[in-house]
Design a protein around this ligand. Structure first.
Ligand SMILES: [Zn+2]
Length: 133
């Protein structure tokens, strides 16, 4: 992945810019958490729920799984940069014997927004700030 240097420039020495980065990362993290919990909840219901629920109660389990999947899909619709609305995407390469292809997908751990360059990861932001100082 060679996306490192193509972000729009941000002046992290500017305190206002820095504060906006922290806000953006925090807001993105809240969205991110909802998606992850949705996936974990779906898996938990699927594997644990199936063991615990009595056969005559299974329709409730199916309903619960449906609701969690629905909530996850909704939260994925909001999985965007809080600043500009760009969906964090990554590029995946695959090479087989006679084809080479790449596909774009949603990035699960984005560091920065490819659209506006704002930070989506507080850890990444702090790392860069440390390098600056
Ligand atoms: Zn953005």
């Amino acid at each position: 992945m060679a996306l490192g240097n193509c972000y729009p420039k941000l002046d992290l020495r500017d305190e206002q810019v820095r504060r906006e980065q922290y806000e953006n990362a925090a807001r993105f993290r809240a969205k991110w958490r909802r998606v992850i919990f949705g996936f974990l909840g779906t898996f938990a219901l699927f594997f644990i729920g199936g063991e615990l629920v009595r056969p005559d109660q299974e329709e409730w389990l199916v309903l619960a799984i449906f609701l969690v999947i629905f909530a996850t899909v909704i939260s994925m619709l909001f999985y965007k940069c809080p600043k500009c609305g760009t969906v964090p995407s990554g590029v995946a390469y695959s090479v087989t014997a006679n084809t080479a292809s790449y596909s774009k997908g949603i990035h699960p751990f984005p560091k920065r927004c490819a659209g506006c360059g704002y930070y989506l990861s507080k850890r990444e932001l702090e790392k860069v700030l440390k390098e600056l100082s």
